[in-house]
Design a protein around this ligand. Structure first.
Ligand SMILES: *Cc1c(COP(=O)(O)O)cnc(C)c1O
Length: 352
């Protein structure tokens, strides 16, 4: 019997969102925070063009995409590091700084990938409970010690949708020692409308130990191609590049991401529609009597406790797949209006 690392026996497997079908054949996937829209024709065209070159390895430096990201956000190209999804970029950060005896601090509940990445890297997770549904930044600052290498801050937080405001986040960053990397995971940044929720790119510039993770998977609708990036100071971006396997971001992902930046106005119009739907869904839920934390992301969070799995089953009857966290609550993505209506129907029936 081949021997594996002991940690593999204790790691829970990642549970992807599953599709469900209602008795009358309807199916709405609101479990993975994806864009509900078909890819833009211009992006499909770029991918089709790219398909004719796939006998060749991709550009290992992803020069065009790196420059397009740098230009879009007005940062030096040396501050940009790409990866096959921002989760993989986070994994590269763990790879770059994690070793047994070191710690990573993050809120809990937050993004499910964090504990997996920490376990894989042999880094000890220090989970700081949310205060209600929000990051408890004071407790997180207090959890930092000489073993801490990294702090992950998911803003807006997945799965609760809650956000940290500028003053709070700046005060927290001021407390973090300069040799601890703070990773601002902004996978949902494009959905933020509250002007008080800071853009991490305005915070990292004069803070060498702060970096930002972004992705093409959500607002840009490229979840299936896997491409995300980090923006941080040169040593941080360089560490990510060093720990990336060659050719990690494939050619189709590179061309699709470049085309998506070119078509950004069109994509962000779709984000606006999702944001409007988010308001509609949250207000309807509140009118039904639910408690729904304010959300700046493309999903809502319902704290259901023991009723969480029953709720997921009730949604499945309407063909709606949600993301249940047993004993805690359910995260429900904002989809197209028809999907949102099906979810609201299920939520209303469950309430009664
Ligand atoms: C979806 C998500 C990501 C994006 O992951 P990719 O690997 O880029 O698809 C990153 N962070 C959080 C918190 C997310 O919810």
């Amino acid at each position: 019997m081949p021997r594996f690392r002991a940690i593999l026996d204790t790691m829970p497997p990642y549970k992807p969102g599953r599709a469900v079908v209602s008795p009358d054949g309807r199916s709405y996937k609101l479990s993975s925070n994806e864009s509900p829209y078909d890819p833009l024709p211009s992006v499909v065209e770029a991918i089709a063009g790219g398909a004719r070159q796939i006998n060749r390895y991709p550009d290992p430096g992803a020069v065009k995409l790196t420059e397009a990201v740098a230009e879009r956000f007005d940062v030096p190209a040396a501050h940009v590091a790409l990866g096959p999804g921002s989760v993989t970029v986070a994994q590269q950060l763990f790879e770059a700084m994690g070793e047994p005896g070191t710690e990573v601090v993050y809120a809990w509940r937050s993004f499910e990938a964090y504990p997996l990445l920490a376990d894989l890297a042999g880094v000890t997770s220090v989970r700081v409970p949310l205060a209600d549904e929000d990051h408890d930044l004071d407790a997180m600052a207090e959890a930092i010690n000489e073993r801490t290498r990294m702090v992950l801050v998911c803003n807006p937080n997945n799965p609760t949708g809650t956000s940290i405001r500028r003053a709070e986040l700046e005060a927290f960053l001021d407390r973090v020692p300069g040799d601890v990397l703070v990773v601002l995971d902004e996978a949902y940044r494009e959905y933020v409308r509250d002007a008080d929720v800071p853009d991490g790119l305005t915070l990292y510039r004069d803070r060498p130990n702060v970096c930002v993770l972004r992705t093409f998977s959500k607002a840009y609708g490229l979840a299936g191609l896997r491409v995300g990036y980090l923006i941080g100071h040169e040593p941080v971006a360089a560490a990510v590049r060093k720990t990336t396997l060659p050719f990690a971001v494939n050619h189709l992902a590179q061309v699709a991401a470049v085309a998506s930046l070119q078509a950004e106005d069109e994509l962000l119009e779709r984000v606006d529609i999702v944001v409007k739907e988010r308001t509609r869904v949250r207000e309807a839920l509140i009118a039904q009597g639910w408690v729904v934390p304010p959300t700046e992301a493309n999903f809502v969070w319902l704290r259901l406790g023991d009723r969480t799995l029953d709720f997921a089953e009730a949604c499945a009857v309407e063909g709606v797949s949600v993301r249940p966290f047993a004993g805690e609550g359910a995260r429900v993505s904002i989809g197209e209006p028809e999907a949102n209506d099906a979810f609201l129907t299920a939520a209303s029936a469950f309430r009664r």
